[in-house]
Design a protein around this ligand. Structure first.
Ligand SMILES: [Fe+2]
Length: 336
């Protein structure tokens, strides 16, 4: 510890304060001391002197140790607070320790004060180091999380650059999927990865020639077959990224339907992930509401009619209900 340690003494008896100073100096060498005895002086010292350790008497004519302790904890819980008192009541000592005091020294045993302050300073250093490490971890985690989100957004934009007619599709599907997941009261972390999966669910479209993606009019069977490989394509790309969530599998299943009529694997009911069922509904609602090169926009009413009519047949009933509630009760709107 290279900086001079600052010790705040809360004491109404100058002679006792001097004894405290002497004992602390014996243990720590040179220190700076400030002596206060009223609440007002104490508050000023907390903000201006900014002590590293507080030594407080338990009872004084105009102030008391418990109030000083409470204020110290608000000021900085990492600052050691040691009660130094003439009282020998075990109840008082236990009460102080329970309230957050770091130690309790009886003036009769004042020789204990020096080692107690050294011990408290070491504990404080450990706490400060731990807190700094936690703060650094938090900053690193946020930076990593931002990098992940930026990368996902970039990947999403790459797909949409090749398919300008569906520009914004994945973002709108991601917003709606997250809103449905929220409506289903899924945990925050779960909502977060559903949004990520929805943002890149169509990444496999980069395997499809762009003239097919933007072809006006009805697609031929052969072209339809080509379009359908995108779900498998999304899986093949995303499986190479070690997400802590099943993103590849969700994207793989986003065109599966409850009755097995979907693709690429014709999965049914419980074999389809809930996340994929959510994105499936959001995908259909967004796609039907929007313009496509082969048809005009059908509108949100038609889209909601589609999921209502096929509730429990193609689409998960709870997911459909959540989606309908969003639009009918919560005033949800597809952006852009
Ligand atoms: Fe798709």
């Amino acid at each position: 510890m290279s900086e001079t340690i600052k010790i705040l003494i809360v004491e109404d008896a100058p002679a006792d304060a001097e004894i405290c100073e002497r004992e602390v100096r014996k243990a720590l060498g040179s220190c700076r001391f400030q002596l206060v005895e009223t609440r007002q002086q104490y508050l000023s010292a907390l903000s201006e002197f900014q002590p590293d350790v507080i030594l407080s008497d338990y009872s004084m004519p105009g102030f008391d140790g418990m109030s000083a302790l409470k204020l110290a904890l608000e000021y900085s819980p990492e600052t050691p607070f040691i009660i130094v008192t003439g009282s020998v009541s075990e109840d008082v000592a236990a009460g102080c320790m329970k309230a957050g005091a770091w130690d309790y020294i009886i003036k009769e045993h004042i020789k204990r004060l020096g080692p107690a302050v050294v011990n408290a300073m070491e504990k404080r250093q450990t706490l400060l180091t731990k807190r700094k490490a936690e703060e650094e971890r938090e900053v690193a985690y946020k930076a990593l999380d931002k990098a992940l989100n930026d990368s996902i957004t970039a990947m999403s934009k790459i797909v949409e650059m090749r398919d300008p007619y569906t520009s914004g599709h994945q973002t709108r599907v991601a917003d709606l999927s997250a809103a449905i997941a929220g409506e289903l009261k899924l945990p925050v972390e779960h909502v977060k990865y559903i949004r990520i999966a929805a943002l890149i669910h169509d990444i496999g479209k980069i395997y499809i020639p762009s003239d097919i993606l933007s072809k006006p009019g009805k697609l031929r069977d052969m072209e339809m077959q080509l379009i359908r490989i995108h779900a498998q394509g999304s899986y093949d790309i995303l499986i190479n990224i070690e997400f802590p969530w099943p993103i590849a599998k969700i994207a793989w299943q986003h065109h599966e339907r409850l009755d097995g009529s979907g693709y690429p694997n014709g999965l049914t009911g419980d074999h389809i992930l809930l996340e994929a069922k959510i994105i499936a509904v959001a995908d259909v609602v967004e796609a039907m509401s929007s313009y496509r090169p082969y048809r005009p926009a059908l509108g949100i009413e038609k889209a909601l009619e589609e999921i209502s009519q096929n509730r429990g047949i193609l689409y998960d009933p709870a997911v459909v209900d959540a989606c309908l509630k969003l639009f009918s009760t919560n005033g949800y709107k597809l952006e852009g």
